[in-house]
Write a protein that binds this ligand. Structure first.
Ligand code: DQA
Length: 142
Protein backbone atom coordinates (compact mmCIF):
# COMPACT_ATOMS: atom_id res chain seq x y z
CA UNK A 1 0.00 0.00 0.00
CA UNK A 2 1.82 3.10 -1.25
CA UNK A 3 0.70 6.62 -0.39
CA UNK A 4 2.28 9.77 -1.79
CA UNK A 5 1.87 12.97 0.23
CA UNK A 6 2.44 16.23 -1.63
CA UNK A 7 2.84 19.52 0.19
CA UNK A 8 2.38 22.53 -2.09
CA UNK A 9 3.97 25.98 -2.24
CA UNK A 10 5.13 27.83 0.88
CA UNK A 11 4.47 24.83 3.11
CA UNK A 12 8.27 24.51 3.46
CA UNK A 13 7.90 27.64 5.64
CA UNK A 14 5.53 26.03 8.15
CA UNK A 15 6.46 26.90 11.73
CA UNK A 16 7.61 30.39 10.67
CA UNK A 17 4.84 31.37 8.27
CA UNK A 18 1.63 33.05 9.59
CA UNK A 19 1.80 30.97 12.76
CA UNK A 20 -1.56 32.33 13.97
CA UNK A 21 -3.16 30.50 11.03
CA UNK A 22 -0.85 27.55 10.35
CA UNK A 23 0.64 26.90 13.81
CA UNK A 24 4.22 26.57 14.97
CA UNK A 25 5.01 23.03 13.84
CA UNK A 26 7.61 22.77 11.07
CA UNK A 27 7.06 20.68 7.95
CA UNK A 28 9.87 18.41 9.14
CA UNK A 29 8.00 17.75 12.43
CA UNK A 30 4.70 17.22 10.58
CA UNK A 31 6.36 14.72 8.24
CA UNK A 32 7.86 12.92 11.24
CA UNK A 33 4.38 12.46 12.75
CA UNK A 34 3.02 11.31 9.37
CA UNK A 35 5.78 8.70 8.99
CA UNK A 36 5.26 7.48 12.55
CA UNK A 37 1.52 6.92 11.94
CA UNK A 38 2.31 5.33 8.57
CA UNK A 39 4.55 2.82 10.28
CA UNK A 40 1.80 2.02 12.85
CA UNK A 41 -0.71 1.54 10.01
CA UNK A 42 1.72 -0.47 7.88
CA UNK A 43 1.60 1.97 4.96
CA UNK A 44 4.53 2.88 2.74
CA UNK A 45 4.41 6.71 2.72
CA UNK A 46 6.58 9.18 0.83
CA UNK A 47 6.34 12.92 1.46
CA UNK A 48 7.35 15.62 -1.06
CA UNK A 49 7.19 19.40 -1.04
CA UNK A 50 7.16 21.51 -4.21
CA UNK A 51 6.84 25.23 -4.73
CA UNK A 52 6.07 25.02 -8.42
CA UNK A 53 2.91 23.82 -10.13
CA UNK A 54 4.79 21.90 -12.87
CA UNK A 55 6.71 19.81 -10.35
CA UNK A 56 3.45 18.91 -8.60
CA UNK A 57 1.87 17.86 -11.91
CA UNK A 58 4.94 15.74 -12.75
CA UNK A 59 4.92 13.99 -9.35
CA UNK A 60 1.20 13.21 -9.75
CA UNK A 61 1.73 11.90 -13.30
CA UNK A 62 4.51 9.51 -12.18
CA UNK A 63 1.78 7.41 -10.64
CA UNK A 64 4.06 5.42 -8.31
CA UNK A 65 1.44 5.35 -5.53
CA UNK A 66 -1.91 3.71 -4.75
CA UNK A 67 -3.42 6.81 -3.18
CA UNK A 68 -2.50 10.48 -3.13
CA UNK A 69 -2.80 12.92 -0.23
CA UNK A 70 -2.29 16.48 -1.36
CA UNK A 71 -2.24 19.91 0.22
CA UNK A 72 -2.05 22.01 -2.96
CA UNK A 73 -1.80 25.19 -0.82
CA UNK A 74 -2.46 28.32 -2.93
CA UNK A 75 -2.79 26.19 -6.10
CA UNK A 76 -6.00 24.79 -4.61
CA UNK A 77 -7.74 27.97 -5.67
CA UNK A 78 -6.13 28.42 -9.11
CA UNK A 79 -4.80 25.22 -10.63
CA UNK A 80 -6.78 23.44 -13.30
CA UNK A 81 -3.48 21.72 -14.26
CA UNK A 82 -3.25 19.97 -10.87
CA UNK A 83 -6.96 19.16 -10.98
CA UNK A 84 -6.57 17.59 -14.44
CA UNK A 85 -3.45 15.61 -13.41
CA UNK A 86 -5.36 14.08 -10.48
CA UNK A 87 -8.35 13.29 -12.72
CA UNK A 88 -6.06 11.69 -15.34
CA UNK A 89 -4.50 9.29 -12.83
CA UNK A 90 -7.79 7.81 -11.71
CA UNK A 91 -6.42 6.95 -8.25
CA UNK A 92 -7.98 7.96 -4.94
CA UNK A 93 -6.88 11.43 -3.87
CA UNK A 94 -7.56 13.20 -0.59
CA UNK A 95 -7.31 16.99 -0.37
CA UNK A 96 -5.87 18.35 2.86
CA UNK A 97 -5.64 21.80 4.41
CA UNK A 98 -4.27 22.86 7.77
CA UNK A 99 -6.66 25.80 8.04
CA UNK A 100 -10.41 25.73 7.48
CA UNK A 101 -10.49 27.27 4.01
CA UNK A 102 -14.28 27.75 4.16
CA UNK A 103 -13.89 30.10 7.12
CA UNK A 104 -11.30 32.40 5.54
CA UNK A 105 -11.15 34.90 2.66
CA UNK A 106 -13.71 34.52 -0.17
CA UNK A 107 -11.01 33.52 -2.71
CA UNK A 108 -10.04 30.50 -0.58
CA UNK A 109 -13.57 29.08 -0.62
CA UNK A 110 -13.20 27.84 -4.19
CA UNK A 111 -11.19 24.63 -4.60
CA UNK A 112 -10.54 23.20 -8.07
CA UNK A 113 -9.32 20.01 -6.38
CA UNK A 114 -12.33 18.88 -4.33
CA UNK A 115 -14.32 17.75 -7.38
CA UNK A 116 -11.62 15.21 -8.34
CA UNK A 117 -10.85 14.12 -4.76
CA UNK A 118 -12.57 11.46 -2.67
CA UNK A 119 -12.98 14.22 -0.10
CA UNK A 120 -11.43 17.21 1.63
CA UNK A 121 -10.06 17.41 5.20
CA UNK A 122 -9.67 21.02 6.24
CA UNK A 123 -9.16 22.89 9.49
CA UNK A 124 -7.53 20.39 11.84
CA UNK A 125 -3.98 21.74 11.63
CA UNK A 126 -1.31 19.03 11.19
CA UNK A 127 -3.93 16.44 12.25
CA UNK A 128 -5.59 16.97 8.84
CA UNK A 129 -2.75 14.89 7.33
CA UNK A 130 -3.11 12.14 9.95
CA UNK A 131 -6.88 11.93 9.39
CA UNK A 132 -6.23 11.75 5.64
CA UNK A 133 -3.75 8.92 6.12
CA UNK A 134 -6.28 6.91 8.13
CA UNK A 135 -8.87 7.52 5.40
CA UNK A 136 -6.41 6.45 2.69
CA UNK A 137 -5.80 3.20 4.54
CA UNK A 138 -9.56 2.57 4.80
CA UNK A 139 -10.11 3.34 1.12
CA UNK A 140 -7.27 1.05 0.00
CA UNK A 141 -8.35 -1.76 2.33
CA UNK A 142 -11.82 -1.96 0.75
C1 DQA B 1 -3.62 25.92 2.90
C2 DQA B 1 -4.74 26.95 2.61
C3 DQA B 1 -4.46 27.72 1.34
O1 DQA B 1 -5.50 28.66 1.09
C4 DQA B 1 -3.16 28.49 1.46
O2 DQA B 1 -2.84 29.15 0.26
C5 DQA B 1 -2.02 27.64 1.92
C6 DQA B 1 -2.26 26.60 2.92
C7 DQA B 1 -3.82 25.21 4.25
O3 DQA B 1 -3.18 24.18 4.44
O4 DQA B 1 -4.56 25.68 5.11
O5 DQA B 1 -0.88 27.87 1.55
O6 DQA B 1 -3.65 24.94 1.88
Amino acid sequence: MKVLIIHGPNLNLLGKRETDIYGTKSLKAINKDILSLASDLGIDVRTKQFNSEGEIVEAIQKGDYDALIINPAAYTHTSIAIRDAIAAMNKPAIEVHLSNISKREEFRKKSFITEVAVGQISGFGPDSYLLALRSAKNILSK
